[in-house]
Design a protein around this ligand. Structure first.
Ligand code: F6R
Length: 203
């Protein structure tokens, strides 16, 4: 799979924001799956600047820590969480899913070894993810050990998928995931099997 290089983080953010905006303009009732984490923050800022009409758009969180929902680092505080799996089945599918990638190749919180058929479920976070995400918390002991995540099988049912990655530390895992073997050991590698998935990167 081609890894499309953006000049800088601003370009990456605006490129993906334009894709989201175009989707909403084309279909004001779009169903979107959106990530949290650090990578999409610039995209959200750009989307806010665009003052789109979100009134009919449905958004679904990719994942959610299992913790007090009022905690500032609960993804719940980032955007409301919905029971998206039920809703997607009822409503026949997600139009656009935006993803980040973990340093271990996870997408959403589908850690290495997750089944390609997995659905929304509770998972244990890997040591690597707990370590990586400790930067958002006062101490590593405060990082939740479990999360609810959309499954790989669920993500793959999205009509269109965009994965965004920022930083040199993501390049190696991106290359492995997009050009290496398709294996459950590298969850993001499943995207090679999607017929409308694109990867955008800046270093
Ligand atoms: C977050 C999510 C995760 C992150 C990944 C990268 O909703 O699904 O898979 O996208 O851990 O996180 P950042 O962007 O902080 O490097």
């Amino acid at each position: 799979m081609e890894i499309k290089l953006s000049k800088d983080y601003e370009k990456l953010s605006s490129l993906v924001a334009i894709i989201v905006a175009a989707q909403i303009l084309e279909n004001p009732q779009s169903k979107l799956v959106l990530p949290t984490g650090s990578t999409p923050l610039g995209m959200y800022e750009e989307l806010v600047r665009r003052k789109l009409d979100w009134s009919l758009v449905e958004t679904f969180n990719l994942d959610e820590y299992i913790m007090n929902p009022d905690h500032p680092y609960s993804y719940h505080s980032y955007r409301p969480t919905l029971s998206f799996e039920d809703k997607m089945n009822v409503n026949k599918g997600i139009d656009l899913c935006i993803l980040g990638i973990g340093s271990n190749g996870h997408i959403a919180f589908n850690e290495p070894g997750s089944s390609f058929k997995s659905r929304t479920r509770v998972v244990d976070l890997s040591e690597q993810t707990i370590q990586d995400n400790s930067r958002f918390f006062d101490s590593i002991d405060d990082v939740p050990k479990q999360a609810i995540t959309m499954g790989l099988g669920t993500i793959m049912e999205s009509k269109r998928i965009i994965l965004m990655a920022n930083g040199k530390h993501k390049l190696n895992i991106l290359k492995v995931a997009m050009n290496g073997e398709v294996t459950e050991d590298v969850p993001a590698s499943i995207l090679q099997k999607h017929n409308d998935a694109e990867v955008f990167y800046c270093d």
